[in-house]
Design a binder for this molecule. Structure first.
Ligand code: NAP
Length: 296
């Protein structure tokens, strides 16, 4: 069994991006810039945004963190997004999800200019992903594809079972794995909470992507010998013995499943680290597109 080291792979992706950014900054007279909007002070969102801002700094992307109260109105948030859309110095925009209940996530996602939508959540970018034309791929599925590539895992002809059909993880993941390219060329089953006999499906899978948000859901009896297992889940589980009062758990029971599979991602240090590296990649991509495409 090989552990797919997301932390090390992300570090090497970021190192290459750093070198690329130095060249780009020289050529275009400025560095790429990512703007992140964070509402309120939810612990997990703070952690994610903090890690994104730190990664920007590490590799030479300028970052702009806009913090607002969770009581901000939808119109005020739309105004901020519109200002970032028209700010020529900003290449990428992300609004950290989840948003407070009184704000319509779809309206905010739609308001972000597709060319700056480095999270890849705008319908135009998701539509482009379906068609296989240039777009920003949502960071988590893109990070997983990068990890599969790095470890030269030949997915051609594999039966992949993706558990979870969210628009930001499971659905784009299933599209990418079914593409006629490498990694890809899988036969994909997309499972969700209404799927019957999930265990029968996962037992047939050569590749399992667990993205449902249920700690340690995937157990050894659900996995066939030699399968590749990717754990997307990140859930904070209360634990009084930890100084933080919680521990982070993935969707896979790592101790059990790692004894059966060929490759597996750990949590933490797997998909989470790759997600941030993929976001950095999308931001550099946005910078290049904005500086070199005539229609912008
Ligand atoms: P989500 O929007 O809540 O979607 C969860 C999906 O799992 C839904 O499609 C749901 O089915 C399905 N599901 C729930 N219970 C199930 C069950 N018992 N059997 C089969 N399917 C089930 O979650 P998400 O945003 O995709 O995130 C999933 C997990 O990944 C979370 O733990 C999240 O924190 C984590 N995450 C990690 C990263 C990272 O960087 N590592 C990035 C994003 C998300 P229905 O559609 O039928 O409800």
């Amino acid at each position: 069994m090989t552990i797919l080291d997301g932390k090390a792979t992300a570090a090497s992706v970021k190192q290459s991006l750093k070198v690329e950014i130095e060249t780009l900054a020289e050529r275009f007279g400025r560095a790429p810039k990512l703007a992140a909007v964070l509402l309120g002070n939810d612990g997990a969102s703070e952690t994610y945004v903090g890690a994104k801002v730190r990664s920007c700094k590490e590799i030479g992307i300028e970052s702009l963190l806009i913090r607002e109260s969770e009581n901000i109105s939808e119109d005020e948030l739309l105004l901020i997004v519109n200002q970032l859309n028209t700010d020529d110095t900003v290449d990428g925009i992300l609004v950290q999800l989840p948003l407070p209940k009184h704000i319509n996530e779809e309206r905010i996602t739609l308001a972000i200019a597709p060319i700056k939508d480095v999270d890849g959540f705008h319908p135009e970018n998701l539509g482009r992903l379906v068609l296989g034309v240039e777009s920003y791929t949502p960071a988590t599925p893109l990070g997983i594809m990068m990890l599969l590539s790095q470890y030269k895992i030949n997915t051609e002809g594999m039966h992949a079972v993706v558990i979870g059909r969210s628009a930001i993880v499971g659905t784009p993941m299933s599209l990418l794995l079914s593409r006629n390219s490498a990694p890809g060329n899988c036969t994909v089953t997309l499972a969700h909470s209404r799927t019957k006999n999930l265990k029968e499906l996962t037992l047939q899978a050569d590749l399992i992507i667990a993205a449902l948000g249920k700690p340690e859901f995937l157990t050894a009896d659900m996995v066939k010998n030699g399968a590749v297992v990717i754990d997307v889940g990140i859930t904070r589980v209360e634990d009084s013995s930890s100084s933080k009062g919680y521990v982070i758990k993935g969707d896979v029971n790592f101790t059990e499943v790692s004894t059966k599979c060929s490759y597996i991602t750990p949590v933490p240090g797997g998909v989470g680290a790759m997600t941030i590296a993929a976001l950095m990649k999308n931001t550099v991509h946005a910078f290049i597109r904005r500086n070199t495409t005539a229609d912008i």
